[in-house]
Ligand binder design. Structure first.
Ligand code: AMP
Ligand code: MG
Length: 346
């Protein structure tokens, strides 16, 4: 059985030393960040990094994000930053922004999946920063989940699937943001968002920078198509239950769809819906799971992965999921929901 450290109330100094030893000995530690839980290992130790891929069943071609706790580490592992990258770092670090930079190739090749770039970020979470500081290692950490499943945002959701696959879990309570970091790459002065997150297009624009969303944020990747980020090619988050995404402001379409299902046959229909639509849906016989208020995007972001993980237990024939406005963190929520629904959109 993996060891569980309870850091929900406070960080315990002696236990922190033990956790740092696990990292330094080439072990795996599940720890919280402000986005989601990560499975961490020493990013300079190839054997340790290999274990992450094995524990997750992660495709070998999907590189890992490296977590650092100070800017000296950035200098040590990358060829430095340009003025646009500096602006991003000054504004958003520590925080949920991963920047793809030229790697000095002194990290394990398994981390970067053989690319000459590395995704790097400084998390805004004291437990994560302390583990990096005390172990004095850059920590490679993908999201804590078996590949394909939604990222873990609370220990209870991921304990069973990762127990015995990692050496330790550090419980810091539910994560604040609930979806993974924004991933950007700066090309010719333009910030390209490869994966949207809490740091939004609007936030980056507000710095006076040129910014765009990569095409594959909302479009599926066709066979053989070249992508900026290997993670775009992989299937993510999908439950076994058939899930359909309802675009924001298309509730009428959702009601029509429900009627057509109900007219055809007796199937069980569920909905992950806004608080504002709960009663209306219940009244027509739909089992509802409330994601939060449609005006509280951060609240929805915190809940959404745990709700998607829970869908299968209801045995619905079909589950409708209400989408949010594609603005600010809503863009990131929609990016995850579209994948969870296998690009099945109403
Ligand atoms: P995860 O670790 O599960 O949060 O996923 C990390 C994401 O960052 C994946 O989508 C990766 O493909 C992406 N990523 C990591 N390193 C790079 C890189 N060097 N170039 C492009 N994308 C990267
Ligand atoms: Mg992941």
């Amino acid at each position: 059985m993996s060891i569980v450290y309870d850091f929900k109330e406070n960080i315990k100094k002696d236990e922190l030393e033990n956790i740092a030893h696990v990292i330094n000995d080439g072990g795996l530690v599940v720890f919280p960040t402000e986005t989601v839980y990560g499975i961490g290992a020493d990013a300079t130790n190839s054997e340790a990094v290999k274990k992450i891929f094995l524990a997750k069943g992660r495709p070998q071609d999907n590189p890992l994000i490296v977590h650092i706790s100070n800017l000296e580490m950035l200098d040590k592992y990358t060829y430095g930053i340009n003025s646009v990258e500096k602006k991003l770092i000054d504004a958003f670090w520590p925080g949920p922004l991963t920047i793809i930079l030229k790697s000095k190739n002194n990290l394990s090749n398994n981390v970067t999946a053989g690319l000459d770039t590395v995704g790097i970020r400084m998390p805004d979470n004291d437990i994560a920063l302390n583990i990096i500081e005390v172990s004095q290692k850059p920590i490679a950490a993908p999201s804590a989940n078996i590949s394909g499943k939604p990222s873990g945002t609370k220990i209870e959701d991921i304990f069973d699937e990762l127990n015995n696959r990692v050496d330790a879990f550090v419980d810091g309570g539910d994560t604040d943001i609930g979806i993974e970091s924004t991933v950007v790459k700066v090309d010719n002065g333009v910030v390209n968002i490869l994966r949207p997150g809490k740091i939004s297009l609007e936030d980056i624009k507000a710095l006076g920078l040129n910014v765009k969303l990569d095409r594959h944020v909302f479009e599926d990747v066709k066979d053989g198509e070249k992508v900026e980020s290997p993670g775009m090619k992989h299937r993510h988050y999908a439950p076994k239950t058939k899930a359909i995404l309802v675009e924001y402001d298309k509730s009428d379409k959702m009601l029509d769809k429900i009627k057509s299902y109900q007219a055809k046959n007796k199937i069980s229909i569920g909905a992950i819906c806004y608080k504002e639509h709960e009663n209306e849906l219940k009244n027509i016989g739909i089992k509802t799971i409330v994601m939060g208020s449609r005006d509280d995007l951060l609240g929805i972001s915190r809940n959404i992965f745990s709700l998607i993980r829970g869908i299968d237990k209801y045995n619905f024939d079909v589950c409708l999921i209400e989408g949010v406005k594609k603005e600010y963190i809503g863009t990131a929520i929609m990016n995850r929901l579209i994948r969870a629904c296998g690009y099945n959109i109403l």
